[in-house]
Ligand binder design. Structure first.
Ligand code: GDP
Ligand code: MG
Length: 426
């Protein structure tokens, strides 16, 4: 079985905790895109963990974790993430962590370029892209320029060092144009030695590994970072990530373009949140926003930034579900709405006086206004509910309404951050 688990919204839907929960049934968990620009929070009996690069299956003893060729890997950050987990007694060896030889290395000059460009944009336009400043967009741009170093090259340091000077010289042309000090080949070579060498034993052709695992009947899960609305093609450009966050990309980004997904599970939050800049039609402001942000603990896992929040957005979610080809939904954080007597839902957008229900081209999103509808809240604590029958009638009605608006079944509902705080609906 090949299952993808993807975000339906703007990210931070609770993918990490859902992958952690569902990975029980899987032998292999793969990350297939992105870098350390997002954070997945997982809370289980071993503690609270924030994962940026490692697949969430790393917290389960019998799961093999794969970092695919669609990823961009900050090797210093990865070394740090591995060290931190080891301090908590998590075992990480080449047996349970496999890194694609074709995955790309994020270098310090990518991080520098990201910072230089966000600062330039801020000064020039007052409208930065809201980048996490971790070098992700520069490294993906360089990938398409074919001027990157790949993880497999760590196994051949002599060749790597031959390629490095020209890449550094090319990048320095950009750095100097921004008025910054160029980087040196020596410093970059040292960097690769220090943080690349410890990782080289984990590097393999993940395509061979995954094909063999599939042939042996293993269950493989693909774990996405961010959500559909942050996809480089389908998202709210330019306020997106620089990679494909879409389920259909999972086999490609993991190393098995020959394999087809069996199913796609979409992770959708019971309300909306959006970190950083960009159009967010259903956004709440003022006290309404503060209340929901506090109740949901909506602060970035990677950056600590307060997240923008709003009610559930049916227009964006329906679009997200279509982008992800989701067969079923895991609805997260329903308990965050426990204290509301009435719950708002953004059912439509209004654009130039007309009501629309299809998510529009991102340029016109700024002109869209939300159309809210109110439904009765359950106004009681549901964090102890573990079965469908435990849920109050209003909560069941809220779930049924989201199913109807989004045209997709909700299979799981989470009612707390802990591993067991969820309900299997059918
Ligand atoms: P991800 O990036 O999609 O993995 O999500 P994040 O980890 O960035 O944000 C989700 C946050 O919600 C984390 O702090 C989780 O611990 C928390 N969380 C996940 N599921 C639930 C839930 O059902 N209820 C509550 N109250 N919190 C949850
Ligand atoms: Mg997150």
């Amino acid at each position: 079985m090949l299952t993808s688990i993807c975000g339906i919204n703007w990210g931070d839907e609770g993918k990490g905790r859902m992958v952690d929960l569902l990975s029980e049934k899987f032998d292999v968990v793969c990350r297939y895109q992105g870098g350390n620009n997002a954070g997945h929070t997982v809370i289980n009996e071993r503690g609270k963990f924030i994962l940026n690069l490692l697949p969430s299956g790393i917290l389960r003893e019998n799961v093999v974790n794969v970092m695919g060729c669609g990823m961009v890997i900050d090797i210093k950050h990865l070394c740090g993430e591995i060290a931190k987990l080891r301090e908590h007694g998590i075992k990480i060896t080449p047996e349970n962590l496999k890194i694609s030889d074709k995955a790309i290395i994020v270098m310090p000059y990518h991080v520098l370029q990201d910072v230089m460009e966000e600062d330039r944009l801020t000064k020039a336009t007052g409208k930065p892209y809201g980048s996490t400043r971790r070098g992700i967009s520069p490294v993906y741009a360089d990938k398409y320029m074919k001027k990157v170093l790949r993880m497999g090259e760590l196994k051949n340091p002599a060749l790597l060092k031959k390629r490095l000077p020209d890449i550094v010289a090319w990048k320095n042309m950009t750095i100097k144009a921004y008025g910054f000090e160029p980087v040196t080949v020596e410093a970059m070579a040292d960097y690769l030695d220090t943080y690349g060498a410890p990782l080289k034993d984990y590097v393999i052709d993940t395509g061979i590994y995954l094909n063999n695992a599939d042939k042996a009947g293993k269950n493989i899960m693909f774990e996405a970072q961010l959500g559909a609305l942050r996809d480089i093609d389908y998202g709210i450009v330019p306020y997106t990530s620089s990679s494909s966050t879409i389920a259909a990309y999972a086999p490609i980004g993991a190393g098995v373009p020959n394999l087809k997904l069996t199913n796609s599970i979409g992770i959708m939050k019971a309300y909306s949140s959006c970190v950083g800049a960009g159009p967010f039609t259903c956004e709440y402001f003022g006290e309404k926003a503060d209340k929901l942000r506090e109740l949901g603990g909506e602060y970035g896992a990677a950056t600590g930034r307060p997240r923008r929040v709003g009610p559930f957005d049916a227009v964006a979610s329906r679009y997200g579900i279509r982008c992800q080809g989701a067969d079923e939904i895991a609805l997260t954080k329903l308990d965050v709405l426990d204290t509301y007597k009435e719950i708002e839902i953004c059912t439509h957008y209004r654009l130039h006086g007309e009501i629309i229900d299809e998510f529009p081209f991102s340029d016109v999103l700024d002109e869209c206004e939300p159309v809210f509808e109110k439904v009765k809240g359950w106004n009681c604590d549901i964090t102890g509910c573990r079965k469908r029958e435990d849920l109050p009638r209003e909560a069941l009605e809220y779930i049924a309404l989201l199913e109807k608006l989004c045209e997709c079944r909700i299979k799981y509902v989470s009612v707390g951050a802990e591993r067991d705080a969820f309900i299997e609906m059918y």
